[in-house]
Design a protein around this ligand. Structure first.
Ligand code: GLA
Length: 409
């Protein structure tokens, strides 16, 4: 009899292992939403989340594709209850988490939450280690649609297996969830992440600056660095071929509307769109200016990010302080961004005919000698000329971007 039960358990565990997978047909384009961390850190509450949900509608973010509202670290009490369940902090979330999820859903939006592979989250709250299946059931009971899963306090844990355990737990709990692997690129998640999650962080945390490294806990044993817009992009130039529909490289959340200049915000947003990056806002929407609103609701830029081919763009050229980024799009269209990285204004003079651009990773060629394209300015929303005419020219302010879409004539 004992032998029979043992065999049954083995058979069952094999069946469960074979059956568990990530939820398919989710995040077929890069996820778009808002996350609490970049502005609020652990100081979050039901009120903040509800305010953000209301503002999604007021600002029209839902109309251009922003969908997920994600609560980051700090939502729970520092201890699990006697049954080992996570407990939302009653001071911050007096009506529990399901009430918050229900509110977000009532606005036609989706709701996400945060935890961590390790014994504790980065903020010192209970982590998921050893509680994965129990937590997944709890999240499903709240009605969550997105889980960001961090990598603090993991000791010698093996990242692919740790994330796979949570993936299987989510799948077994049965509620479809976008699974966001937040492992900072330490264990090359682009090599194993596609069958486990829908997006994976490629670097450490973003820091609100255009081009800097910010050393956290300098001189201490647990010193680490956060990075500005440019270091993040430069650090992971060679992993674009790993990204695609349902599995994205994630260069971290947006710092738009926080500390950068208007020009820097524009290039930050456009570069994330050119990179087919998840567009997760991090600013306080209650103080969103008209200028920021205009930027984050620029449909033509967002269409570049959300293009169905899901090809991550690349830096084609860096010359005279101008960084040129290119992204192949559906129907033989292309997006091209020219960023002025210098302190001074630059005058661009770019001849598409003299620059045949080859994307070796995805086997695509932009050859204006063979195909005539209409050039459209994605910030001014107007067609300029075609690629057969003289070179395209533009004045680009310091740290700003000139961005165009090329569509076959
Ligand atoms: C890590 C993550 C951040 C954020 C914090 C929360 O640093 O990379 O994005 O989630 O933890 O503590």
């Amino acid at each position: 009899m004992k032998k029979y039960i043992f065999m049954l358990a083995v058979a069952l565990s094999i069946t469960l292992n074979v059956a568990a997978q990530k939820f398919e047909n989710l995040a077929l384009t890069p996820p778009m939403g808002w996350n609490s961390w970049n502005t609020f850190a652990c100081d979050i509450s039901e009120k903040t989340v509800k305010d953000m949900a209301d503002l999604f509608i007021e600002l029209g973010l839902d109309k251009v594709g922003f969908e997920y509202i994600v609560i980051d670290d700090g939502w729970m009490l520092k201890e699990r209850d006697k049954q080992g369940n996570l407990v939302p902090d009653p001071k911050k979330f007096p009506n529990g988490m399901k009430a918050v999820a229900d509110y977000v859903h009532s606005k036609g939006l989706k709701f996400g939450i945060y935890n961590c592979c390790g014994s504790q989250t980065c903020g010192g709250y209970p982590g998921g280690r050893g509680h994965e299946y129990q937590d997944a059931l709890l999240y499903a009971s709240y009605g969550i649609d997105y889980l960001k899963y961090d990598w603090c306090n993991t000791g010698k844990m093996y990242a692919p297996e740790a994330y796979k355990t949570m993936r299987d737990a989510l799948y077994t709990a049965g509620r479809p969830v976008v699974f966001s692997i937040c492992e900072w690129g330490d264990n090359q998640p682009w090599e194993w992440g596609a069958e486990i999650g829908h997006l994976w962080r490629t670097t450490g945390d973003i820091y609100c600056c255009y081009d800097c490294e910010y050393v956290v806990k300098k001189g201490e044993p647990d010193q680490w660095s956060a990075w500005g817009v440019w270091p993040i992009l430069r650090m992971r130039k060679d992993i674009r071929k790993y990204a695609g529909p349902g599995h994205w490289n994630d260069p971290d959340m947006l710092e738009i509307g926080k500390c950068l200049s208007a020009a820097e915000d524009r290039s930050h947003f456009a570069l994330w769109c050119l990179s087919a990056a998840p567009l997760i806002l991090g600013n306080d929407l209650r103080t969103c200016t008209e200028e920021t609103k205009k930027l984050i609701t620029n449909k033509e830029l967002i269409e570049v990010d959300q293009d169905k081919l899901g090809i991550q763009g690349f830096e084609y050229q860096f010359k005279d302080s101008i960084s040129i980024w290119v992204k192949p799009l559906e129907n033989d269209s292309w997006a091209v961004g020219f960023v002025n990285t210098s302190k001074d204004e630059k005058v661009l003079n770019f001849d598409f005919k003299a620059n045949v651009i080859v994307d070796k990773d995805f086997n695509k060629t932009l050859d204006a000698n063979k195909t005539e394209y209409v050039i459209r300015d994605l910030f001014e929303h107007k067609d300029l000329k075609t690629t057969t005419k003289k070179p395209v020219t533009a004045k680009i302010a310091s740290h700003d971007i000139f961005m165009v879409r090329l569509t076959k004539k």
